[in-house]
Design a protein around this ligand. Structure first.
Ligand code: 5GP
Length: 198
């Protein structure tokens, strides 16, 4: 499979599939790739750092970012908090010629498709639905009600795979990270094509 290289890659996929872990692996092993830091109204989890994992902002600050057009896209995720991609840093990274990556939810990916259709849209899929449920429960940072809500979101998100240019199955984090970077820099997916989910 060969795809034209795109310097802007949008990574989406169901909740708990491991988007954050895969993008952390890209950050660690491919420092040449610029990764957007989103703004969010959600409270930080233990260990999360302002400016590194997210820009943790108040509802008022988020409102101002929306009103002033400072977000490339934004969405309310899991009916809970708002998340958005600051526009300026993305434009600067692309102007500087760096490969850039956004890790966002499906609603956000659809907005970017409207405004930046030349981006490459990648769906990160779990090896199976059972594995996704295991990962979601295993994380253990959410309440029962929150988990149920995220599972419901994940079911809807899984159905959107066909909207994406490429699917990468997250079997092993570093392999998925390497495949993503190859898409940004070579425009081709290394290795044999990935079998599809049932
Ligand atoms: P979490 O709260 O677990 O860090 O992230 C929840 C969800 O928000 C994930 O699906 C993640 O992809 C999504 N998300 C993170 N940043 C953004 C963003 O800037 N825009 C949008 N639309 N979704 C985001």
């Amino acid at each position: 499979m060969s795809i034209p290289p795109s310097r802007l890659l949008v990574l989406a996929g169901p909740t708990a599939v491991g988007k954050g872990t895969v993008s952390a692996a890209v950050r660690e092993t491919h420092p040449e790739v610029w990764i957007s830091v989103s703004a969010t109204t959600r409270k930080p989890r233990p260990g999360e750092v302002h400016g590194r994992h997210y820009w943790f902002v108040s509802e008022d600050e988020f409102d101002a970012m929306v009103a002033e057009g400072r977000l490339l896209e934004w969405a309310t995720v899991h009916s809970a908090a708002r998340y958005g991609t600051p526009r300026g840093p993305v434009e600067e990274a692309l102007a500087a010629g760096r490969p850039a990556m956004l890790e966002i939810d499906l609603q956000g990916a659809r907005q970017v498709r409207e405004t930046m259709p030349e981006a490459l849209f990648v769906f990160l899929a779990p090896p199976s639905w059972e594995e996704l449920v295991r990962r979601l429960v295993g994380r253990g940072t959410e309440s029962e009600a929150e988990r149920a809500r995220r599972l419901e979101t994940a079911r809807v998100e899984m159905a959107a795979e066909d909207e994406f240019d490429v699917t990468i199955v997250n079997r092993e984090v570093h392999q998925a990270a390497d495949e993503l970077v190859a898409l940004m820099t070579l425009g081709a997916r290394p290795g044999p094509s990935t079998p599809r989910l049932e």
